[in-house]
Design a binder for this molecule. Sequence first.
Ligand SMILES: *Cc1c(COP(=O)(O)O)cnc(C)c1O
Length: 383
Amino acid sequence: MKSESTAVRLQRLARPDARVLGVYNSGLSADAVREKYGVEHVAKLASNENPLGASPQVTRALIAEASGSAIYPDSASRAVRQKIASATGVGLEQVVMGNGSEEILQMLCTAFLNPGDRVVTLIPSFGLHEIFPRMMGAEITMVGVDAQRQFDVAAWEQALSTPVKLVIFSNPSNPVGCMLNREGFQRIIDAAPQDCVLVIDEAYYEYCESDLDYPDSLRVLAQQTRPWIVLRTLSKAYGLAGLRIGYGLASDVELVNLLDRVRTPFNINRSAQAAALAALEDKAHVAASMEFVSQQRAIISATLREKGYEVVPSHANFVFFDCQRPSVELAEQLLTYGVIVKPWREPGYARWIRVSVGSEHDNQLFLRSLELISMQANAQEAE
Ligand SMILES: *Cc1c(COP(=O)(O)O)cnc(C)c1O
Protein backbone atom coordinates (compact mmCIF):
# COMPACT_ATOMS: atom_id res chain seq x y z
CA MET A 1 0.00 0.00 0.00
CA LYS A 2 1.22 3.44 -0.92
CA SER A 3 2.19 5.40 2.15
CA GLU A 4 -0.12 8.21 3.22
CA SER A 5 0.98 11.68 4.21
CA THR A 6 0.46 12.79 7.82
CA ALA A 7 -2.22 15.19 6.63
CA VAL A 8 -4.19 12.41 4.97
CA ARG A 9 -3.82 10.17 7.98
CA LEU A 10 -5.07 12.94 10.25
CA GLN A 11 -8.11 13.44 8.05
CA ARG A 12 -8.89 9.75 8.37
CA LEU A 13 -8.13 9.39 12.09
CA ALA A 14 -9.82 12.52 13.47
CA ARG A 15 -13.46 12.47 14.56
CA PRO A 16 -15.51 13.96 11.70
CA ASP A 17 -17.16 16.44 14.10
CA ALA A 18 -13.75 17.72 15.21
CA ARG A 19 -12.38 17.90 11.66
CA VAL A 20 -15.00 20.32 10.38
CA LEU A 21 -15.26 22.44 13.54
CA GLY A 22 -15.31 26.24 13.22
CA VAL A 23 -12.43 28.10 14.87
CA TYR A 24 -13.29 30.30 17.86
CA ASN A 25 -12.41 33.87 17.00
CA SER A 26 -10.42 34.84 20.09
CA GLY A 27 -9.27 38.14 18.60
CA LEU A 28 -5.88 39.76 18.22
CA SER A 29 -3.44 40.44 21.04
CA ALA A 30 -2.24 43.98 21.70
CA ASP A 31 1.35 42.88 20.93
CA ALA A 32 0.37 41.46 17.55
CA VAL A 33 -1.35 44.71 16.58
CA ARG A 34 1.53 46.87 17.84
CA GLU A 35 3.97 44.86 15.74
CA LYS A 36 1.89 44.59 12.58
CA TYR A 37 0.61 48.19 12.44
CA GLY A 38 3.52 49.98 14.07
CA VAL A 39 1.26 51.76 16.56
CA GLU A 40 2.46 52.67 20.02
CA HIS A 41 -0.77 52.48 21.91
CA VAL A 42 -3.36 49.77 21.44
CA ALA A 43 -6.99 50.07 22.56
CA LYS A 44 -8.03 46.45 23.08
CA LEU A 45 -11.80 46.67 22.85
CA ALA A 46 -12.64 43.19 21.59
CA SER A 47 -12.79 40.93 24.64
CA ASN A 48 -14.98 42.73 27.20
CA GLU A 49 -12.23 42.96 29.78
CA ASN A 50 -12.52 45.27 32.80
CA PRO A 51 -10.86 48.63 31.96
CA LEU A 52 -10.15 49.18 35.68
CA GLY A 53 -8.33 45.86 35.87
CA ALA A 54 -8.54 43.58 38.87
CA SER A 55 -8.82 44.71 42.47
CA PRO A 56 -5.46 45.74 44.00
CA GLN A 57 -6.11 43.00 46.59
CA VAL A 58 -5.64 40.48 43.78
CA THR A 59 -2.04 41.58 43.18
CA ARG A 60 -1.27 41.15 46.88
CA ALA A 61 -2.88 37.72 46.94
CA LEU A 62 -0.92 36.59 43.87
CA ILE A 63 2.39 37.69 45.37
CA ALA A 64 1.60 35.87 48.60
CA GLU A 65 0.64 32.75 46.63
CA ALA A 66 3.81 32.64 44.52
CA SER A 67 5.78 30.58 47.04
CA GLY A 68 3.26 27.74 46.71
CA SER A 69 3.89 27.19 43.01
CA ALA A 70 5.46 23.73 43.46
CA ILE A 71 2.33 22.34 45.10
CA TYR A 72 -0.75 21.09 43.22
CA PRO A 73 -3.86 23.21 43.74
CA ASP A 74 -6.92 21.96 45.65
CA SER A 75 -8.72 19.99 42.94
CA ALA A 76 -12.05 20.73 44.65
CA SER A 77 -11.36 24.50 44.86
CA ARG A 78 -13.06 24.25 48.24
CA ALA A 79 -12.29 27.68 49.68
CA VAL A 80 -13.47 29.51 46.55
CA ARG A 81 -16.60 27.38 46.26
CA GLN A 82 -17.37 28.06 49.89
CA LYS A 83 -17.11 31.78 49.33
CA ILE A 84 -19.29 31.63 46.18
CA ALA A 85 -21.85 29.46 47.97
CA SER A 86 -22.24 31.93 50.80
CA ALA A 87 -22.32 34.94 48.45
CA THR A 88 -25.04 33.42 46.24
CA GLY A 89 -27.02 31.51 48.85
CA VAL A 90 -26.65 28.10 47.18
CA GLY A 91 -25.09 25.05 48.84
CA LEU A 92 -21.37 24.39 48.52
CA GLU A 93 -22.11 21.08 46.78
CA GLN A 94 -24.04 22.96 44.07
CA VAL A 95 -21.00 25.00 42.98
CA VAL A 96 -18.73 23.82 40.15
CA MET A 97 -15.59 25.67 39.07
CA GLY A 98 -14.24 26.02 35.55
CA ASN A 99 -11.04 27.23 33.92
CA GLY A 100 -13.16 30.12 32.74
CA SER A 101 -16.90 29.55 32.58
CA GLU A 102 -16.30 28.43 29.00
CA GLU A 103 -14.74 25.25 30.37
CA ILE A 104 -18.03 24.52 32.13
CA LEU A 105 -19.80 24.91 28.77
CA GLN A 106 -17.41 22.32 27.40
CA MET A 107 -17.94 20.01 30.37
CA LEU A 108 -21.72 20.24 29.90
CA CYS A 109 -21.45 19.35 26.22
CA THR A 110 -19.07 16.46 26.97
CA ALA A 111 -21.36 15.11 29.67
CA PHE A 112 -24.70 15.43 27.90
CA LEU A 113 -24.45 15.49 24.13
CA ASN A 114 -24.62 12.50 21.84
CA PRO A 115 -24.37 12.95 18.07
CA GLY A 116 -27.74 14.13 16.79
CA ASP A 117 -28.94 15.56 20.11
CA ARG A 118 -30.62 18.91 19.72
CA VAL A 119 -29.36 22.14 21.28
CA VAL A 120 -31.26 25.44 21.17
CA THR A 121 -29.30 28.66 21.46
CA LEU A 122 -29.27 32.30 20.34
CA ILE A 123 -28.08 34.01 17.16
CA PRO A 124 -26.08 36.20 17.06
CA SER A 125 -24.31 34.25 19.72
CA PHE A 126 -21.32 33.72 21.94
CA GLY A 127 -19.27 31.47 19.62
CA LEU A 128 -18.72 28.65 22.10
CA HIS A 129 -22.46 28.15 22.62
CA GLU A 130 -22.40 26.81 19.08
CA ILE A 131 -18.87 25.40 18.71
CA PHE A 132 -18.84 23.08 21.75
CA PRO A 133 -22.19 21.44 20.86
CA ARG A 134 -21.01 21.00 17.26
CA MET A 135 -17.85 19.34 18.57
CA MET A 136 -20.09 16.62 20.02
CA GLY A 137 -22.06 16.27 16.78
CA ALA A 138 -25.20 17.96 18.11
CA GLU A 139 -27.88 19.52 15.90
CA ILE A 140 -28.27 23.19 16.65
CA THR A 141 -31.33 25.39 16.42
CA MET A 142 -30.46 29.07 16.59
CA VAL A 143 -33.13 31.52 17.67
CA GLY A 144 -32.76 35.07 16.39
CA VAL A 145 -33.54 38.33 18.12
CA ASP A 146 -36.62 40.34 17.10
CA ALA A 147 -36.75 43.53 14.96
CA GLN A 148 -35.88 45.64 18.01
CA ARG A 149 -32.87 43.34 18.67
CA GLN A 150 -34.47 41.97 21.81
CA PHE A 151 -35.06 38.37 22.92
CA ASP A 152 -37.80 36.96 20.69
CA VAL A 153 -39.70 35.05 23.35
CA ALA A 154 -42.36 33.75 20.94
CA ALA A 155 -39.63 32.32 18.68
CA TRP A 156 -38.05 30.67 21.72
CA GLU A 157 -41.38 29.10 22.70
CA GLN A 158 -41.70 27.77 19.16
CA ALA A 159 -38.12 26.38 19.13
CA LEU A 160 -38.67 24.68 22.48
CA SER A 161 -41.89 22.95 21.41
CA THR A 162 -39.94 19.92 20.13
CA PRO A 163 -37.46 17.70 22.05
CA VAL A 164 -34.18 19.30 23.03
CA LYS A 165 -31.26 18.17 25.21
CA LEU A 166 -29.54 21.46 26.10
CA VAL A 167 -30.97 24.98 26.14
CA ILE A 168 -28.15 27.54 26.25
CA PHE A 169 -28.36 31.30 26.20
CA SER A 170 -26.59 34.27 27.74
CA ASN A 171 -28.56 36.89 29.65
CA PRO A 172 -27.72 39.67 29.07
CA SER A 173 -26.80 38.44 25.62
CA ASN A 174 -23.30 38.61 24.21
CA PRO A 175 -22.88 40.15 21.60
CA VAL A 176 -26.21 42.00 21.39
CA GLY A 177 -26.30 43.32 24.95
CA CYS A 178 -30.08 42.92 25.25
CA MET A 179 -31.56 41.65 28.50
CA LEU A 180 -34.28 39.03 28.83
CA ASN A 181 -36.68 40.37 31.50
CA ARG A 182 -38.41 38.46 34.30
CA GLU A 183 -41.54 37.72 32.33
CA GLY A 184 -39.65 36.54 29.23
CA PHE A 185 -37.37 34.38 31.34
CA GLN A 186 -40.33 32.70 33.02
CA ARG A 187 -41.98 32.08 29.64
CA ILE A 188 -38.85 30.46 28.19
CA ILE A 189 -38.39 28.26 31.27
CA ASP A 190 -42.05 27.24 31.10
CA ALA A 191 -41.79 26.46 27.37
CA ALA A 192 -38.70 24.23 27.68
CA PRO A 193 -39.48 20.50 27.69
CA GLN A 194 -39.07 18.79 31.08
CA ASP A 195 -36.40 16.42 29.73
CA CYS A 196 -33.64 18.92 29.09
CA VAL A 197 -30.84 20.76 30.84
CA LEU A 198 -31.19 24.53 31.12
CA VAL A 199 -27.91 26.43 30.84
CA ILE A 200 -28.22 30.12 31.69
CA ASP A 201 -24.96 31.93 30.94
CA GLU A 202 -24.79 34.99 33.18
CA ALA A 203 -21.26 36.12 32.29
CA TYR A 204 -22.47 39.73 32.61
CA TYR A 205 -24.65 39.18 35.69
CA GLU A 206 -23.03 41.97 37.72
CA TYR A 207 -23.96 44.58 35.10
CA CYS A 208 -27.69 43.78 35.53
CA GLU A 209 -27.81 42.66 39.13
CA SER A 210 -29.42 45.88 40.34
CA ASP A 211 -31.92 46.10 37.45
CA LEU A 212 -35.37 45.33 38.86
CA ASP A 213 -36.42 43.74 35.59
CA TYR A 214 -33.47 41.29 35.51
CA PRO A 215 -34.70 37.82 36.46
CA ASP A 216 -33.51 36.33 39.72
CA SER A 217 -32.68 33.13 37.87
CA LEU A 218 -31.59 31.16 40.94
CA ARG A 219 -34.91 31.84 42.65
CA VAL A 220 -36.98 30.98 39.55
CA LEU A 221 -34.98 27.85 38.75
CA ALA A 222 -35.12 26.58 42.34
CA GLN A 223 -38.82 25.84 41.69
CA GLN A 224 -37.91 23.47 38.83
CA THR A 225 -37.73 19.69 39.02
CA ARG A 226 -35.21 19.31 36.21
CA PRO A 227 -31.49 19.95 35.86
CA TRP A 228 -30.27 23.52 35.37
CA ILE A 229 -27.07 25.47 35.80
CA VAL A 230 -26.33 29.18 35.96
CA LEU A 231 -22.85 30.15 34.71
CA ARG A 232 -20.95 33.17 35.97
CA THR A 233 -17.37 34.30 35.66
CA LEU A 234 -14.63 36.35 37.27
CA SER A 235 -13.36 37.36 33.82
CA LYS A 236 -15.61 40.33 33.23
CA ALA A 237 -16.78 42.39 36.24
CA TYR A 238 -13.97 41.11 38.47
CA GLY A 239 -11.24 41.70 35.90
CA LEU A 240 -9.59 38.26 36.12
CA ALA A 241 -9.86 37.21 32.45
CA GLY A 242 -6.15 36.37 32.34
CA LEU A 243 -6.35 33.91 35.21
CA ARG A 244 -9.24 31.83 33.84
CA ILE A 245 -11.80 31.24 36.54
CA GLY A 246 -15.55 30.92 36.29
CA TYR A 247 -18.25 29.02 38.13
CA GLY A 248 -21.56 27.28 37.75
CA LEU A 249 -24.42 27.17 40.24
CA ALA A 250 -26.19 23.87 39.62
CA SER A 251 -29.62 22.46 40.44
CA ASP A 252 -28.12 19.67 42.53
CA VAL A 253 -25.08 17.78 43.68
CA GLU A 254 -25.63 15.05 41.04
CA LEU A 255 -25.04 17.51 38.24
CA VAL A 256 -21.86 18.80 39.90
CA ASN A 257 -20.65 15.21 40.38
CA LEU A 258 -21.25 14.47 36.72
CA LEU A 259 -19.29 17.53 35.61
CA ASP A 260 -16.50 16.66 38.05
CA ARG A 261 -16.08 13.34 36.24
CA VAL A 262 -15.56 14.91 32.84
CA ARG A 263 -13.28 17.75 33.90
CA THR A 264 -9.51 17.72 34.24
CA PRO A 265 -8.87 17.31 38.01
CA PHE A 266 -6.73 20.37 38.68
CA ASN A 267 -8.57 22.75 36.37
CA ILE A 268 -8.25 25.81 38.62
CA ASN A 269 -4.63 26.64 39.33
CA ARG A 270 -3.39 28.01 42.64
CA SER A 271 -3.02 31.59 41.40
CA ALA A 272 -6.56 31.64 40.07
CA GLN A 273 -7.96 30.28 43.34
CA ALA A 274 -6.02 32.80 45.43
CA ALA A 275 -6.97 35.66 43.12
CA ALA A 276 -10.63 34.69 43.12
CA LEU A 277 -10.78 34.68 46.92
CA ALA A 278 -9.31 38.18 47.01
CA ALA A 279 -11.45 39.49 44.13
CA LEU A 280 -14.69 38.20 45.64
CA GLU A 281 -13.87 40.09 48.84
CA ASP A 282 -13.57 43.44 47.08
CA LYS A 283 -17.19 44.38 46.39
CA ALA A 284 -16.26 48.06 46.20
CA HIS A 285 -14.03 47.41 43.19
CA VAL A 286 -16.87 45.69 41.33
CA ALA A 287 -19.24 48.53 42.22
CA ALA A 288 -16.73 51.12 40.95
CA SER A 289 -16.27 49.12 37.74
CA MET A 290 -20.04 48.97 37.14
CA GLU A 291 -20.35 52.71 37.72
CA PHE A 292 -17.48 53.49 35.36
CA VAL A 293 -18.74 51.19 32.62
CA SER A 294 -22.26 52.53 32.75
CA GLN A 295 -21.06 56.13 32.44
CA GLN A 296 -18.66 55.37 29.55
CA ARG A 297 -21.18 53.12 27.81
CA ALA A 298 -23.68 56.00 27.76
CA ILE A 299 -21.09 58.24 26.08
CA ILE A 300 -20.14 55.66 23.45
CA SER A 301 -23.76 54.79 22.67
CA ALA A 302 -24.87 58.43 22.42
CA THR A 303 -21.94 59.40 20.21
CA LEU A 304 -22.56 56.49 17.84
CA ARG A 305 -26.26 57.35 17.64
CA GLU A 306 -25.47 61.00 16.88
CA LYS A 307 -23.41 59.77 13.95
CA GLY A 308 -26.42 57.86 12.69
CA TYR A 309 -25.52 54.31 13.63
CA GLU A 310 -28.10 51.87 14.96
CA VAL A 311 -26.96 50.96 18.48
CA VAL A 312 -28.61 48.34 20.67
CA PRO A 313 -29.21 49.57 24.24
CA SER A 314 -26.64 47.56 26.18
CA HIS A 315 -26.94 45.90 29.58
CA ALA A 316 -23.31 44.78 29.66
CA ASN A 317 -19.79 46.17 29.17
CA PHE A 318 -19.91 46.35 25.38
CA VAL A 319 -21.90 48.04 22.64
CA PHE A 320 -23.23 46.30 19.51
CA PHE A 321 -23.85 48.56 16.52
CA ASP A 322 -24.56 48.43 12.80
CA CYS A 323 -21.54 50.05 11.15
CA GLN A 324 -23.37 50.23 7.81
CA ARG A 325 -20.66 48.46 5.84
CA PRO A 326 -18.81 45.13 6.01
CA SER A 327 -17.69 45.01 9.64
CA VAL A 328 -14.52 43.05 8.86
CA GLU A 329 -13.36 45.91 6.60
CA LEU A 330 -14.01 48.60 9.19
CA ALA A 331 -12.37 46.54 11.93
CA GLU A 332 -9.29 46.19 9.73
CA GLN A 333 -9.13 49.96 9.24
CA LEU A 334 -9.53 50.58 12.96
CA LEU A 335 -6.49 48.36 13.55
CA THR A 336 -4.33 50.87 11.69
CA TYR A 337 -5.23 53.33 14.50
CA GLY A 338 -4.41 50.69 17.11
CA VAL A 339 -8.06 49.99 17.92
CA ILE A 340 -9.15 46.35 18.20
CA VAL A 341 -12.91 45.69 18.00
CA LYS A 342 -14.83 42.52 17.20
CA PRO A 343 -16.45 42.44 13.77
CA TRP A 344 -19.41 40.07 13.72
CA ARG A 345 -19.44 37.40 11.01
CA GLU A 346 -22.59 35.39 11.55
CA PRO A 347 -25.17 35.43 8.72
CA GLY A 348 -27.25 38.60 8.91
CA TYR A 349 -24.76 40.38 11.19
CA ALA A 350 -21.81 40.98 8.88
CA ARG A 351 -22.31 44.76 9.26
CA TRP A 352 -22.28 44.66 13.05
CA ILE A 353 -19.44 45.40 15.40
CA ARG A 354 -19.13 44.70 19.10
CA VAL A 355 -16.94 47.22 20.90
CA SER A 356 -16.03 46.77 24.56
CA VAL A 357 -16.25 49.65 26.99
CA GLY A 358 -12.63 50.46 27.78
CA SER A 359 -10.76 53.23 29.55
CA GLU A 360 -11.90 56.77 28.79
CA HIS A 361 -8.79 57.28 26.65
CA ASP A 362 -9.39 54.10 24.64
CA ASN A 363 -13.08 54.82 24.12
CA GLN A 364 -12.22 58.27 22.79
CA LEU A 365 -9.53 56.80 20.54
CA PHE A 366 -12.13 54.41 19.12
CA LEU A 367 -14.70 57.17 18.52
CA ARG A 368 -12.14 59.54 16.97
CA SER A 369 -10.70 56.82 14.71
CA LEU A 370 -14.18 55.88 13.54
CA GLU A 371 -14.85 59.55 12.74
CA LEU A 372 -11.60 59.87 10.76
CA ILE A 373 -12.32 56.71 8.80
CA SER A 374 -15.81 57.87 7.84
CA MET A 375 -14.51 61.33 6.86
CA GLN A 376 -11.98 59.68 4.56
CA ALA A 377 -14.68 57.49 3.06
CA ASN A 378 -16.90 60.53 2.43
CA ALA A 379 -14.01 62.46 0.87
CA GLN A 380 -13.31 59.54 -1.47
CA GLU A 381 -16.96 59.41 -2.48
CA ALA A 382 -16.92 63.17 -3.25
CA GLU A 383 -13.88 62.85 -5.51
C1 LIG B 1 -16.85 36.11 28.24
C2 LIG B 1 -17.95 35.11 28.21
C3 LIG B 1 -17.82 33.83 28.75
C4 LIG B 1 -16.52 33.23 29.11
O1 LIG B 1 -15.94 33.69 30.18
P1 LIG B 1 -14.69 32.95 30.80
O2 LIG B 1 -15.13 32.78 32.20
O3 LIG B 1 -13.58 33.89 30.61
O4 LIG B 1 -14.47 31.65 30.13
C5 LIG B 1 -18.89 32.97 28.73
N1 LIG B 1 -20.05 33.35 28.22
C6 LIG B 1 -20.24 34.55 27.68
C7 LIG B 1 -21.56 34.89 27.11
C8 LIG B 1 -19.19 35.46 27.65
O5 LIG B 1 -19.36 36.63 27.04
